[in-house]
Design a binder for this molecule. Structure first.
Ligand code: ADP
Ligand code: MG
Ligand code: MG
Ligand code: MG
Length: 390
Protein backbone atom coordinates (compact mmCIF):
# COMPACT_ATOMS: atom_id res chain seq x y z
CA UNK A 1 0.00 0.00 0.00
CA UNK A 2 2.39 2.65 -1.16
CA UNK A 3 1.27 6.18 -2.08
CA UNK A 4 4.43 8.19 -2.28
CA UNK A 5 7.69 8.91 -0.58
CA UNK A 6 7.76 10.44 2.87
CA UNK A 7 6.87 14.03 3.53
CA UNK A 8 5.49 15.36 6.78
CA UNK A 9 1.81 16.21 6.54
CA UNK A 10 0.23 19.59 7.17
CA UNK A 11 -3.41 20.16 8.06
CA UNK A 12 -3.97 20.94 4.35
CA UNK A 13 -2.18 17.91 2.92
CA UNK A 14 -3.82 15.61 5.50
CA UNK A 15 -7.23 16.77 4.25
CA UNK A 16 -6.24 16.22 0.60
CA UNK A 17 -4.99 12.76 1.48
CA UNK A 18 -8.18 11.54 3.16
CA UNK A 19 -10.21 12.87 0.24
CA UNK A 20 -7.90 11.25 -2.33
CA UNK A 21 -8.33 7.97 -0.44
CA UNK A 22 -12.10 8.27 -0.75
CA UNK A 23 -12.66 8.46 3.01
CA UNK A 24 -14.54 11.72 2.38
CA UNK A 25 -16.10 13.28 -0.72
CA UNK A 26 -13.93 15.79 -2.65
CA UNK A 27 -16.60 18.44 -2.18
CA UNK A 28 -17.01 18.01 1.57
CA UNK A 29 -15.67 20.76 3.78
CA UNK A 30 -13.52 19.27 6.53
CA UNK A 31 -11.96 20.70 9.63
CA UNK A 32 -8.47 19.49 10.54
CA UNK A 33 -6.40 20.08 13.65
CA UNK A 34 -3.08 18.67 14.81
CA UNK A 35 -3.83 17.44 18.35
CA UNK A 36 -0.77 15.33 19.19
CA UNK A 37 0.29 15.75 22.78
CA UNK A 38 2.86 12.98 22.50
CA UNK A 39 6.54 13.44 21.95
CA UNK A 40 7.11 11.55 18.76
CA UNK A 41 4.30 11.95 16.27
CA UNK A 42 1.71 14.11 14.57
CA UNK A 43 -1.95 13.32 15.21
CA UNK A 44 -4.43 15.02 12.86
CA UNK A 45 -8.10 15.09 13.82
CA UNK A 46 -10.24 15.44 10.70
CA UNK A 47 -13.94 16.09 11.05
CA UNK A 48 -16.59 16.04 8.34
CA UNK A 49 -20.37 16.30 8.43
CA UNK A 50 -21.10 12.67 9.30
CA UNK A 51 -17.83 11.13 10.30
CA UNK A 52 -14.36 11.86 11.53
CA UNK A 53 -10.97 10.13 11.44
CA UNK A 54 -7.56 10.30 13.04
CA UNK A 55 -4.41 10.41 10.91
CA UNK A 56 -1.30 9.59 12.95
CA UNK A 57 2.05 10.19 11.30
CA UNK A 58 5.49 9.35 12.63
CA UNK A 59 8.12 12.07 12.30
CA UNK A 60 11.70 11.15 11.41
CA UNK A 61 12.85 12.61 14.74
CA UNK A 62 11.48 12.90 18.28
CA UNK A 63 9.23 15.98 18.30
CA UNK A 64 10.11 16.75 21.91
CA UNK A 65 13.85 17.04 21.23
CA UNK A 66 13.79 18.18 17.61
CA UNK A 67 15.82 17.07 14.63
CA UNK A 68 18.82 16.30 16.84
CA UNK A 69 17.20 13.02 17.88
CA UNK A 70 16.48 11.06 14.68
CA UNK A 71 14.08 8.18 15.09
CA UNK A 72 13.11 5.51 12.60
CA UNK A 73 9.86 5.84 10.62
CA UNK A 74 9.60 2.03 10.87
CA UNK A 75 7.68 2.55 14.07
CA UNK A 76 4.59 3.67 12.15
CA UNK A 77 4.56 0.31 10.38
CA UNK A 78 5.11 -1.49 13.71
CA UNK A 79 2.22 0.49 15.24
CA UNK A 80 -0.06 -0.21 12.32
CA UNK A 81 0.69 -3.95 12.28
CA UNK A 82 0.39 -4.18 16.09
CA UNK A 83 -2.98 -2.36 15.96
CA UNK A 84 -4.25 -4.80 13.36
CA UNK A 85 -3.19 -7.83 15.43
CA UNK A 86 -4.58 -6.34 18.63
CA UNK A 87 -7.76 -5.60 16.70
CA UNK A 88 -7.92 -9.25 15.72
CA UNK A 89 -7.43 -10.62 19.24
CA UNK A 90 -9.06 -7.86 21.30
CA UNK A 91 -11.42 -6.03 18.91
CA UNK A 92 -13.48 -4.40 21.66
CA UNK A 93 -10.44 -2.62 23.03
CA UNK A 94 -8.64 -1.52 19.87
CA UNK A 95 -9.33 1.41 17.50
CA UNK A 96 -10.29 0.31 13.99
CA UNK A 97 -7.62 0.89 11.36
CA UNK A 98 -8.99 2.27 8.07
CA UNK A 99 -5.79 2.69 6.10
CA UNK A 100 -2.03 2.69 6.49
CA UNK A 101 0.92 3.68 4.33
CA UNK A 102 4.38 2.55 5.25
CA UNK A 103 6.23 5.16 3.16
CA UNK A 104 4.22 8.06 4.52
CA UNK A 105 4.49 6.49 8.01
CA UNK A 106 0.78 7.00 8.63
CA UNK A 107 -2.09 5.09 10.17
CA UNK A 108 -5.63 6.33 9.62
CA UNK A 109 -7.89 5.09 12.38
CA UNK A 110 -11.10 5.39 14.29
CA UNK A 111 -11.66 8.71 16.03
CA UNK A 112 -11.96 8.08 19.78
CA UNK A 113 -12.61 11.69 20.78
CA UNK A 114 -15.83 10.70 22.53
CA UNK A 115 -13.57 9.05 25.13
CA UNK A 116 -10.96 10.61 27.38
CA UNK A 117 -7.31 9.74 27.93
CA UNK A 118 -7.45 7.71 31.16
CA UNK A 119 -4.53 9.51 32.80
CA UNK A 120 -6.33 12.84 32.42
CA UNK A 121 -9.60 11.43 33.73
CA UNK A 122 -7.95 9.66 36.66
CA UNK A 123 -6.17 12.88 37.63
CA UNK A 124 -9.50 14.71 37.50
CA UNK A 125 -11.08 12.15 39.81
CA UNK A 126 -12.75 9.77 37.35
CA UNK A 127 -12.73 6.13 38.40
CA UNK A 128 -13.63 4.32 35.14
CA UNK A 129 -15.33 1.30 36.74
CA UNK A 130 -14.52 -1.08 33.84
CA UNK A 131 -11.01 0.01 32.89
CA UNK A 132 -9.17 -2.74 34.80
CA UNK A 133 -11.46 -5.51 33.61
CA UNK A 134 -11.09 -4.37 30.00
CA UNK A 135 -7.35 -3.78 30.18
CA UNK A 136 -6.83 -7.19 31.83
CA UNK A 137 -8.71 -8.83 28.96
CA UNK A 138 -6.80 -6.79 26.39
CA UNK A 139 -3.43 -7.80 27.84
CA UNK A 140 -4.25 -11.49 28.37
CA UNK A 141 -5.78 -11.90 24.90
CA UNK A 142 -3.14 -10.05 22.90
CA UNK A 143 -0.27 -11.68 24.77
CA UNK A 144 -1.59 -15.22 24.90
CA UNK A 145 -2.67 -15.17 21.24
CA UNK A 146 0.79 -14.16 20.02
CA UNK A 147 2.70 -16.61 22.24
CA UNK A 148 4.08 -20.06 21.48
CA UNK A 149 1.13 -21.54 23.38
CA UNK A 150 -1.40 -20.22 20.87
CA UNK A 151 0.70 -20.01 17.69
CA UNK A 152 3.06 -22.93 17.89
CA UNK A 153 6.80 -22.56 17.36
CA UNK A 154 7.08 -21.72 13.66
CA UNK A 155 4.26 -19.26 13.23
CA UNK A 156 5.28 -17.47 16.41
CA UNK A 157 8.93 -17.12 15.41
CA UNK A 158 8.01 -15.82 11.96
CA UNK A 159 5.78 -13.18 13.52
CA UNK A 160 8.38 -12.37 16.15
CA UNK A 161 10.92 -11.65 13.41
CA UNK A 162 8.66 -8.94 11.97
CA UNK A 163 8.53 -7.07 15.29
CA UNK A 164 12.20 -6.47 16.00
CA UNK A 165 11.81 -2.72 16.76
CA UNK A 166 15.44 -2.12 17.79
CA UNK A 167 15.32 1.69 18.05
CA UNK A 168 12.25 1.87 20.25
CA UNK A 169 13.44 -1.02 22.41
CA UNK A 170 16.71 0.88 22.80
CA UNK A 171 14.73 3.85 24.17
CA UNK A 172 13.03 1.61 26.75
CA UNK A 173 16.27 -0.14 27.64
CA UNK A 174 17.89 3.22 28.29
CA UNK A 175 15.11 5.28 29.83
CA UNK A 176 13.40 2.58 31.91
CA UNK A 177 16.06 0.02 32.73
CA UNK A 178 19.38 1.88 32.76
CA UNK A 179 19.64 5.66 32.98
CA UNK A 180 17.75 6.21 36.28
CA UNK A 181 20.38 4.05 38.03
CA UNK A 182 23.32 6.17 36.86
CA UNK A 183 24.10 9.87 36.72
CA UNK A 184 22.94 9.98 33.08
CA UNK A 185 22.22 13.16 31.08
CA UNK A 186 18.71 11.99 30.26
CA UNK A 187 17.64 12.00 33.91
CA UNK A 188 15.38 14.82 35.02
CA UNK A 189 14.49 15.28 38.68
CA UNK A 190 13.70 18.02 41.10
CA UNK A 191 16.64 19.28 43.12
CA UNK A 192 14.68 18.44 46.28
CA UNK A 193 15.04 14.75 45.39
CA UNK A 194 18.81 14.80 44.88
CA UNK A 195 19.72 12.92 48.05
CA UNK A 196 17.09 10.25 47.32
CA UNK A 197 18.40 9.89 43.78
CA UNK A 198 22.02 9.66 44.91
CA UNK A 199 20.99 6.88 47.28
CA UNK A 200 19.59 4.98 44.30
CA UNK A 201 22.82 5.44 42.35
CA UNK A 202 24.73 3.99 45.30
CA UNK A 203 22.35 1.12 46.01
CA UNK A 204 24.30 -1.81 44.57
CA UNK A 205 21.64 -4.35 45.55
CA UNK A 206 18.95 -2.35 43.72
CA UNK A 207 21.19 -1.97 40.67
CA UNK A 208 21.78 -5.72 40.55
CA UNK A 209 18.02 -6.27 40.52
CA UNK A 210 17.61 -3.65 37.78
CA UNK A 211 20.28 -5.46 35.75
CA UNK A 212 18.46 -8.77 36.17
CA UNK A 213 15.14 -7.27 35.08
CA UNK A 214 16.81 -5.53 32.15
CA UNK A 215 18.21 -8.87 31.04
CA UNK A 216 14.71 -10.36 31.14
CA UNK A 217 13.50 -7.54 28.91
CA UNK A 218 16.44 -8.02 26.54
CA UNK A 219 16.11 -11.77 26.19
CA UNK A 220 12.52 -12.91 26.73
CA UNK A 221 10.38 -13.35 23.64
CA UNK A 222 7.14 -14.56 25.22
CA UNK A 223 4.59 -12.54 23.29
CA UNK A 224 3.89 -9.42 21.25
CA UNK A 225 3.79 -6.68 23.88
CA UNK A 226 2.11 -3.32 23.53
CA UNK A 227 5.32 -1.95 24.97
CA UNK A 228 4.07 1.42 26.29
CA UNK A 229 0.88 0.59 28.17
CA UNK A 230 0.67 3.51 30.58
CA UNK A 231 -2.61 5.27 31.37
CA UNK A 232 -1.84 7.86 28.66
CA UNK A 233 -2.17 5.07 26.07
CA UNK A 234 -5.71 4.23 27.16
CA UNK A 235 -8.89 6.01 26.08
CA UNK A 236 -11.74 5.42 28.53
CA UNK A 237 -15.27 6.24 29.59
CA UNK A 238 -17.53 4.65 32.18
CA UNK A 239 -18.39 1.97 29.61
CA UNK A 240 -15.60 1.74 27.05
CA UNK A 241 -11.85 1.18 26.97
CA UNK A 242 -9.55 1.45 23.93
CA UNK A 243 -5.80 0.94 23.90
CA UNK A 244 -3.83 3.16 21.49
CA UNK A 245 -0.21 3.88 20.57
CA UNK A 246 1.55 0.49 20.30
CA UNK A 247 4.61 1.88 18.46
CA UNK A 248 6.89 0.23 21.05
CA UNK A 249 5.43 -3.21 20.27
CA UNK A 250 7.92 -6.08 20.23
CA UNK A 251 8.30 -9.65 21.47
CA UNK A 252 9.12 -9.41 25.17
CA UNK A 253 8.31 -10.79 28.61
CA UNK A 254 4.70 -11.57 29.53
CA UNK A 255 4.79 -9.37 32.66
CA UNK A 256 5.77 -6.06 31.05
CA UNK A 257 2.45 -4.52 29.94
CA UNK A 258 0.48 -5.27 33.10
CA UNK A 259 3.41 -3.89 35.11
CA UNK A 260 3.26 -0.54 33.33
CA UNK A 261 -0.51 -0.28 33.69
CA UNK A 262 -0.40 -1.05 37.44
CA UNK A 263 2.64 1.19 38.09
CA UNK A 264 0.78 4.11 36.53
CA UNK A 265 -2.27 3.31 38.68
CA UNK A 266 -0.11 3.31 41.82
CA UNK A 267 1.39 6.69 40.81
CA UNK A 268 -2.14 8.02 40.28
CA UNK A 269 -3.03 6.76 43.78
CA UNK A 270 -0.07 8.77 45.14
CA UNK A 271 -1.57 11.90 43.62
CA UNK A 272 -4.99 11.39 45.23
CA UNK A 273 -6.16 12.19 48.73
CA UNK A 274 -6.31 9.02 50.83
CA UNK A 275 -10.10 8.93 50.76
CA UNK A 276 -10.03 8.64 46.92
CA UNK A 277 -7.49 5.84 46.56
CA UNK A 278 -9.66 2.73 47.04
CA UNK A 279 -11.04 2.63 43.46
CA UNK A 280 -7.47 2.67 42.15
CA UNK A 281 -6.41 -0.13 44.49
CA UNK A 282 -9.44 -2.12 43.34
CA UNK A 283 -8.30 -1.71 39.71
CA UNK A 284 -4.91 -3.21 40.56
CA UNK A 285 -6.56 -6.28 42.10
CA UNK A 286 -9.04 -6.56 39.24
CA UNK A 287 -6.55 -6.32 36.39
CA UNK A 288 -4.57 -9.19 37.92
CA UNK A 289 -7.67 -11.31 38.56
CA UNK A 290 -8.89 -10.79 35.02
CA UNK A 291 -5.46 -11.35 33.46
CA UNK A 292 -5.07 -14.66 35.33
CA UNK A 293 -8.63 -15.75 34.57
CA UNK A 294 -8.44 -14.91 30.88
CA UNK A 295 -4.93 -16.31 30.37
CA UNK A 296 -6.10 -19.55 32.03
CA UNK A 297 -9.26 -19.73 29.91
CA UNK A 298 -7.27 -19.32 26.68
CA UNK A 299 -4.62 -21.80 27.88
CA UNK A 300 -7.28 -24.46 28.41
CA UNK A 301 -9.16 -23.68 25.21
CA UNK A 302 -6.26 -23.85 22.76
CA UNK A 303 -2.71 -24.77 23.60
CA UNK A 304 -0.06 -26.08 21.20
CA UNK A 305 2.49 -26.80 23.93
CA UNK A 306 2.99 -30.50 24.74
CA UNK A 307 3.52 -29.67 28.43
CA UNK A 308 0.29 -27.65 28.65
CA UNK A 309 -1.41 -30.25 30.82
CA UNK A 310 1.64 -31.04 32.92
CA UNK A 311 0.65 -30.62 36.55
CA UNK A 312 1.85 -27.33 37.97
CA UNK A 313 3.05 -25.71 34.74
CA UNK A 314 0.35 -23.03 34.36
CA UNK A 315 0.43 -22.24 38.07
CA UNK A 316 4.21 -21.83 37.95
CA UNK A 317 4.00 -19.65 34.83
CA UNK A 318 1.39 -17.28 36.29
CA UNK A 319 3.48 -16.95 39.47
CA UNK A 320 6.58 -16.24 37.38
CA UNK A 321 4.74 -13.57 35.36
CA UNK A 322 3.57 -11.97 38.61
CA UNK A 323 7.10 -11.88 40.00
CA UNK A 324 8.62 -10.28 36.89
CA UNK A 325 5.74 -7.83 36.62
CA UNK A 326 6.25 -6.73 40.21
CA UNK A 327 9.86 -5.91 39.38
CA UNK A 328 8.99 -4.09 36.12
CA UNK A 329 6.31 -2.16 37.99
CA UNK A 330 8.84 -0.92 40.53
CA UNK A 331 11.23 0.16 37.77
CA UNK A 332 8.46 2.11 36.03
CA UNK A 333 7.67 3.93 39.28
CA UNK A 334 11.32 4.90 39.68
CA UNK A 335 11.95 6.03 36.11
CA UNK A 336 8.75 8.11 35.89
CA UNK A 337 9.94 10.00 38.97
CA UNK A 338 13.57 10.73 38.11
CA UNK A 339 14.07 9.75 34.46
CA UNK A 340 13.37 11.66 31.24
CA UNK A 341 9.62 11.03 30.92
CA UNK A 342 7.50 11.95 33.91
CA UNK A 343 3.82 11.44 34.70
CA UNK A 344 1.45 14.33 35.13
CA UNK A 345 -0.15 12.61 38.11
CA UNK A 346 2.99 13.35 40.19
CA UNK A 347 4.35 16.46 38.43
CA UNK A 348 0.92 18.07 38.66
CA UNK A 349 0.76 18.09 42.48
CA UNK A 350 0.84 21.82 43.10
CA UNK A 351 2.23 22.01 46.63
CA UNK A 352 6.00 21.45 46.55
CA UNK A 353 6.32 19.54 49.83
CA UNK A 354 3.34 17.28 49.02
CA UNK A 355 4.74 16.65 45.53
CA UNK A 356 8.24 15.82 46.77
CA UNK A 357 6.78 13.52 49.42
CA UNK A 358 4.68 11.69 46.79
CA UNK A 359 7.77 11.32 44.57
CA UNK A 360 9.82 9.96 47.49
CA UNK A 361 7.09 7.38 48.08
CA UNK A 362 7.14 6.44 44.40
CA UNK A 363 10.90 5.87 44.64
CA UNK A 364 10.92 3.93 47.90
CA UNK A 365 7.88 1.79 47.14
CA UNK A 366 9.16 1.21 43.60
CA UNK A 367 12.54 0.09 44.96
CA UNK A 368 10.83 -2.30 47.37
CA UNK A 369 8.80 -3.86 44.54
CA UNK A 370 11.99 -4.35 42.54
CA UNK A 371 14.04 -5.84 45.36
CA UNK A 372 11.35 -7.92 47.04
CA UNK A 373 9.47 -9.02 43.92
CA UNK A 374 9.92 -12.70 44.83
CA UNK A 375 8.11 -12.20 48.14
CA UNK A 376 4.79 -11.06 46.67
CA UNK A 377 2.26 -13.43 45.20
CA UNK A 378 -1.04 -11.54 45.00
CA UNK A 379 -2.16 -8.06 43.97
CA UNK A 380 -3.64 -7.56 47.44
CA UNK A 381 -0.15 -8.02 48.88
CA UNK A 382 1.14 -5.33 46.50
CA UNK A 383 -1.57 -2.94 47.67
CA UNK A 384 -0.75 -3.75 51.32
CA UNK A 385 2.95 -3.07 50.72
CA UNK A 386 2.07 0.17 48.95
CA UNK A 387 0.00 1.31 51.94
CA UNK A 388 2.82 0.37 54.33
CA UNK A 389 5.15 2.53 52.26
CA UNK A 390 2.97 5.64 52.52
P1 ADP B 1 2.31 9.48 20.64
O1 ADP B 1 2.85 8.20 20.12
O2 ADP B 1 2.95 10.66 20.01
O3 ADP B 1 2.26 9.50 22.14
P2 ADP B 1 -0.55 8.88 20.69
O4 ADP B 1 -0.96 7.76 19.80
O5 ADP B 1 -0.43 8.58 22.13
O6 ADP B 1 0.79 9.53 20.11
O7 ADP B 1 -1.55 10.08 20.46
C1 ADP B 1 -1.30 11.36 21.02
C2 ADP B 1 -2.62 12.02 21.36
O8 ADP B 1 -3.41 12.15 20.18
C3 ADP B 1 -3.48 11.21 22.31
O9 ADP B 1 -3.15 11.47 23.65
C4 ADP B 1 -4.86 11.70 21.97
O10 ADP B 1 -5.11 12.94 22.59
C5 ADP B 1 -4.78 11.90 20.47
N1 ADP B 1 -5.21 10.68 19.76
C6 ADP B 1 -4.43 9.65 19.36
N2 ADP B 1 -5.14 8.68 18.77
C7 ADP B 1 -6.41 9.09 18.79
C8 ADP B 1 -7.67 8.54 18.32
N3 ADP B 1 -7.72 7.35 17.71
N4 ADP B 1 -8.80 9.27 18.52
C9 ADP B 1 -8.77 10.48 19.12
N5 ADP B 1 -7.62 11.05 19.56
C10 ADP B 1 -6.47 10.38 19.41
MG1 MG C 1 1.23 8.19 23.33
MG1 MG D 1 -0.19 10.92 24.45
MG1 MG E 1 3.66 6.72 21.32
Amino acid sequence: MTMSSYESLTTESAVSLVKKLGLFAQSESLSCQEIGDGNLNYVFHIIGKEKSVIVKQALPYAKVVGESWPLTLERADIENRALRLQGKYAPDYTPKVYYSDKDLAITIMEDLSHLEIARTGLINGEDYPLIAEHTGEFIARTLYSTSDFAMGPQEKKKLQNTFCNPELCDITEGLVFTDPFFDADTNDFEEGLRSDVEKIWQDTALKLHAAQLKRLFLTSGDALLHGDLHTGSIFASARETKVIDPEFAFYGPFGFDIAHFTANLFMNALSRPESRREPVYAHIATVWDVFNREFTRLWKEDNKEAFARTEGYLKWLLADIFEQATGFMGLEMIRRTIGLAHVKDLDGIADTETRLEAKRRSLSIGARFVKERRQFSTADELVEAFKEGL
